[in-house]
Design a binder for this molecule. Structure first.
Ligand code: AP5
Ligand code: MG
Length: 214
């Protein structure tokens, strides 16, 4: 099963993608996580991506597309994968379609997690991410068992640089102009399902599982 997660920054794409990946036994591919890992390791890609990410801008398509095309060609993607944060522009969506078409394949589902901007602004301020393994929490909604420490690996929980309020506003505006058109794009392809992202986590998950028939 090949699934795309759509939705504004903070809609819950990462949270849900991780749960779906586990249930369906397919890899979770988050471009944001890949960029953050590269920044941490100080790679050339990380150095290039950091400037855009810190401002809440998109990393250019040419840096992003090759990375994803390479990742989905790996063996572990043979039975499907879940894309979280990609595609984010029409050219990225077209590059993805073209690459899959070459292999006689196509995406099966695009799940759009819908949530108003104000809910997002509230959520982002409370999000904390593990500096070691990247697991995410929310101070109020999904608190860690021990304050300030990751449940999975014990690493310190930090506020992502791009979760600062000014940057969140810019990310939302970039989302509305560059990414939201993908909702119509996948609706026309007949693979779009919309899910109410304001529900609690498990209810959002149940709605997605119903939409993909898993
Ligand atoms: P990326 O890492 O993809 O960030 P994003 O899309 O802005 O999304 P987030 O990770 O912030 O939110 P999410 O939807 O995953 O929400 P989460 O599950 O964490 O990208 C970062 C940057 O990288 C981009 O700005 C860009 O610069 C660059 N980039 C990445 N991909 C790119 C691409 N394809 N092209 C170009 N540039 C790219 O949830 C948010 C919070 O809410 C958490 O605290 C969570 O615990 C909580 N929460 C989740 N669900 C619920 C719920 N149902 N109820 C209550 N709280 C909830
Ligand atoms: Mg995410």
């Amino acid at each position: 099963m090949k699934i795309i997660m759509l939705g504004a920054p903070g809609a819950g794409k990462g949270t849900q993608a991780k749960m779906i990946a586990e249930k369906c036994g397919i890899p979770h591919i988050s471009t944001g996580d890949i960029f953050r890992a590269n920044i941490k390791e100080g790679t050339e890609l990380g150095k290039k991506a950091k400037g855009y990410m810190d401002k809440g801008e998109l990393v250019p398509d040419e840096l992003t597309c090759d990375l994803v095309m390479d990742r989905i060609s790996h063996d572990d993607c043979k039975n499907g994968f879940i894309l979280d944060g990609f595609p984010r522009t029409i050219p990225q969506a077209e590059a993805l379609s073209a690459a899959l078409e070459k292999a006689g394949q196509a995406m099966d589902y695009a799940i759009d997690i819908e949530i108003p901007d104000q809910n997002i602004i509230d959520r982002m301020g409370g999000r904390r991410a593990c500096a070691v393994c990247g697991a995410t929490y929310h101070l109020v909604n999904i608190p860690p068992k021990v304050e300030g420490h990751c449940d999975e690996c014990g690493g310190p929980l930090i506020l992502r640089d791009d979760d600062k309020p000014e940057t969140v506003k810019n990310r939302l505006s970039v989302y509305h102009t560059q990414t939201q058109p993908l909702i119509e794009y996948y609706s026309k392809k007949g693979i779009l399902s919309e899910v109410d992202g304001t529900m609690e986590m498990q209810a959002v998950f149940d709605a997605i599982i119903k939409a993909i028939g898993a």
